[in-house]
Structures are given as structure tokens and as C-alpha cells.
Design a protein around this ligand. Structure first.
Ligand code: SF4
Ligand code: SF4
Length: 411
């Protein structure tokens, strides 16, 4: 057991795993000044596009100032910034059109573009995304063929070194990349990506496929699909995984970039910590049932009717880092666990092969609580670590570091 505790300690005390929500007064004061300077410079610079006026777009969508300021407070908190940053976040949202964006679609289903587009009663995240200067998106734009190619060339030239390159979809490497080609010259997706990423300020891989290969990379991976980070090197790169990536996290990344000129702090998988720093399980509305040992045992049973925990039905929330349990999907109406379906770990590498089956992780023994809630959770986290090598349990390490005894859970 001591080895296991040491293992969990190591996992959760490594630098990449730490989420520091309070970096101290002098850090935030210094950051505040830098953000103010950056926003002043952006304000006087020419917008990359002035097709849309921010206030006009908000009012056309029926969003008043009060709603907007509520969104600003929530976004500031999501970015793990203190409330003093709220006015700056509001200003950054108004300056979204200073960030030119080129969007490439590779081997994918366009689900992330749909998430970006969603226009049925859009909430403020989607409206803010409307404002970004989307200079090229082959699926959404009117131009096609040679016109589209020219538009891409023009965007690369005009915004050289300044544009954010969003990439959706995996990169097929099999048969010299011939599984995916684009344009009259049959440029492979790989060459296309390398050409367009060369002059980008930063690359943002969006969705499960672009980040870790996603479903195209599932066994036996016939196209030898890989994620963007496997091929693009020497550039600031950020992964916003999930299937699809949540628009709120896309907005968070762009707002952070406008505000600071930099990408947010990342974990070891290059995911922004503000969105992927915690497990689904840590913020799940069914968590009290997990702690109390109340599970759905089969679909439609009394447990299901009472919204009990879905772990025994295969929920992978305990191993999955994402903020969908907080920000939810579809205009924040609901999320998978909220409608009674377990998490399939879509924000984790190899999720389709590792997590997307309807049973708990092999050998991860759930124990009914005996001796207190924390004990059961500790056992769960430590059990996973040994069984699957991925037992990531915030509670487990918190308890381990706090010196809890494995036998009784007492301090
Ligand atoms: S196992 Fe799944 S349903 Fe149960 S508390 Fe954790 S995340 Fe929620
Ligand atoms: S609940 Fe799990 S599978 Fe569903 S969107 Fe969130 S991370 Fe992905």
C-alpha cells in the first residue's frame, strides 16, 4: 500500500497536475497591468474584420448589458482570474475581432464546427465566437474551389505571424497521407496543415480527433491517424479535446489570448488547466450517490429513476478531466450524465478504445462505503491506480498527503 500512496502522491504533485487557483496578490497585480497595456494596444489597432459590431450583435440576439456582465463574471471565474479582471474580460470580448482565425478541417465529422455554429438561441459564448474574425473556414464559407484556395492564401499573407490556426480533425499519415487530400492539387492533409501552421501565431487543436486522433485513430487505425501535436512542432500549441469541444472553452482560450497575448496554462497533455484541471467526477451532480454507494445497476431500475451514480453502468467520470459537468452543453441546458448516460471519457487520449464501453474499468473494484465518505473515495482512487495505471483521484491524493490511514480513513 505505501507504494500505491507514493504513486498517487507523485501523480498529483507533479507540476503539470497542479491547478493553482490563487497565485498571490503581486502576481495578479502584475498580470492586470500587462493585460491593461495589451488591451490598450489592441484597441488602437485596426480590427482584422469590422464586419460585425459587438454591441449590435448582442442586442440583435436579445442580450442586455446585465446578461452580458453575468457572462463576464462567469468567464472570469472559469479562467481562474480574480473578480478584478472582469472589466478586462468584458473589454477582451469586445475586441474579439482583433484575433484573426483560420480554421482547417481534416479527418473529422465537422462536429466541432457545428458546436461553433450553433445558432438556435445562441448563448453568449456562441455570440462571442460570431465576432471573431474567421478569415477562412472551408465548410462555412461561401467560396469554393480556386476561390477558396485564394482566400486561404490571402489570409495567410495578410495575417502572417498573427493568426490563430484552429484545426479540427485528425491527420491521416498512412499511404503517405493519401487517405485525406484537399484541393485540385490533391495536397495531403498533412502538407496542408504544415503549410498553414507555419505562419500561425499559435495552433489550437479542437475536438477529440485533432487533439489525440479521436475515433479515426481507434484500433485498428486504418489511416494511421494522429493528432495535430504529433506532427506540428516548434509552435505554441493548445489542445481543446472532447467530442465535440465545448464552445465555452474555445471562447475561453481566445479571450485569454486577447487578454494576455499568450495561451493559458496547460497540463501535460497541452490542455488548458482552467477547463481540464479537474475530473468530471469532482463536480458531478450524482457524486453524493457515488459516495453513498448508490448506483444504477441496470437501465431503467429504481436507481436510474432516482438519478443514482452511473459508475456501474460504465461511467468514466472518475478518469476524465473536463469541465462539462460545470458548463454543460446545448446552451448549458444539460450534459450526458444529467440525462442519465455515463461519461465515455471523450476528452482523454484513446478514449474510443479505452473508455467508450458500457462497463466500469476492468478490475476497478467499487467498495460500498464503510467508515466514511472519504474512505470509499480513497479506496476507489488507489484501486484504479493499481488496476489500470490511470487512477487519478483528487480525493485520493488529498487524503494520502493529509496522512489518512488506509485501514480506517481516520486522520
Ligand atoms: S462515477 Fe460518473 S455518475 Fe458517478 S459520480 Fe462519478 S462522474 Fe458522476
Ligand atoms: S460527460 Fe464525458 S463523454 Fe460526455 S462530453 Fe463530458 S467528457 Fe465527454
Amino acid at each position: 500500500m505505501p507504494d500505491r500512496i507514493e504513486g498517487v502522491k507523485k501523480l498529483f504533485t507533479s507540476r503539470s497536475a497542479r491547478v493553482e487557483t490563487n497565485k498571490g496578490e503581486s502576481y495578479y497585480n502584475d498580470l492586470f497591468e500587462r493585460c491593461q497595456t495589451r488591451l490598450r494596444e489592441l484597441r488602437v489597432s485596426q480590427p482584422a474584420n469590422d464586419r460585425l459590431d459587438f454591441s449590435e450583435v448582442l442586442s440583435n440576439n436579445g442580450v442586455d448589458r446585465r446578461d452580458f456582465m453575468k457572462w463576464v463574471s462567469a468567464t472570469t471565474a472559469m479562467l481562474m482570474l480574480p473578480p478584478m479582471f472582469s472589466p478586462l474580460v468584458a473589454e477582451a470580448a469586445e475586441l474579439m475581432n482583433r484575433a484573426p482565425v483560420i480554421w482547417l478541417e481534416l479527418q473529422d465529422c465537422a462536429g466541432n464546427s457545428e458546436a461553433l455554429l450553433r445558432s438556435d438561441g445562441p448563448k453568449i459564448d456562441e455570440i462571442v465566437l460570431d465576432i471573431i474574425s474567421l478569415e477562412f473556414h472551408e465548410t462555412l464559407q461561401a467560396a469554393a474551389g480556386f476561390q477558396a484556395e485564394k482566400q486561404l492564401e490571402d489570409a495567410i499573407k495578410t495575417f502572417k505571424g498573427k493568426y490563430l490556426l484552429f484545426v479540427e480533425g485528425s491527420v491521416p499519415m498512412g499511404m503517405n497521407g493519401q487517405y485525406g487530400t484537399i484541393g485540385a492539387g490533391a495536397e495531403t492533409f498533412y502538407d496542408h496543415l504544415m503549410r498553414v501552421s507555419k505562419d500561425a501565431a499559435a495552433v489550437v487543436a479542437v475536438g477529440a480527433c485533432a487533439t489525440f486522433g479521436g475515433i479515426p485513430a481507434a484500433a485498428p487505425n486504418p489511416t494511421q491517424a494522429v493528432g495535430v501535436m504529433d506532427v506540428v512542432k516548434g509552435k505554441p500549441l493548445i489542445n481543446i479535446p472532447a467530442c465535440p469541444a465545448n464552445p465555452a472553452n474555445m471562447v475561453g482560450v481566445v479571450i485569454h489570448y486577447i487578454l494576455t497575448g499568450q495561451l493559458p496554462e496547460l497540463d501535460s497533455l497541452l490542455r488548458p488547466k482552467f477547463a481540464f484541471g479537474y475530473r468530471i467526477h469532482d463536480n458531478c451532480e450524482r457524486r453524493a450517490h457515488f459516495d453513498a454507494g448508490e448506483y444504477v445497476e441496470e437501465w431503467g431500475d429504481e436507481g436510474a429513476k432516482n438519478n443514482f451514480c452511473l459508475y456501474k453502468m460504465g461511467c468514466k467520470g472518475p478518469m476524465t478531466f473536463n469541465n462539462c459537468s460545470i458548463i454543460r452543453y446545448n446552451e448549458a441546458v444539460n450534459w450526458p450524465i444529467g440525462v442519465g448516460r455515463g461519461c465515455i471519457g471523450c476528452s482523454e487520449p484513446d478514449f474510443w478504445d479505452k473508455y467508450a464501453y458500457e462497463r466500469p474499468m476492468a478490475n476497478a473494484k467499487i467498495k460500498a462505503p464503510a467508515g466514511g465518505v472519504e474512505k470509499s473515495v480513497d479506496e476507489f482512487g488507489l484501486g484504479l491506480l493499481t488496476a489500470a495505471g490511470i487512477g487519478i483521484g483528487i480525493h485520493a491524493i488529498a487524503s494520502a498527503i493529509g496522512g489518512k490511514k488506509e485501514d480506517g480513513g481516520a486522520e
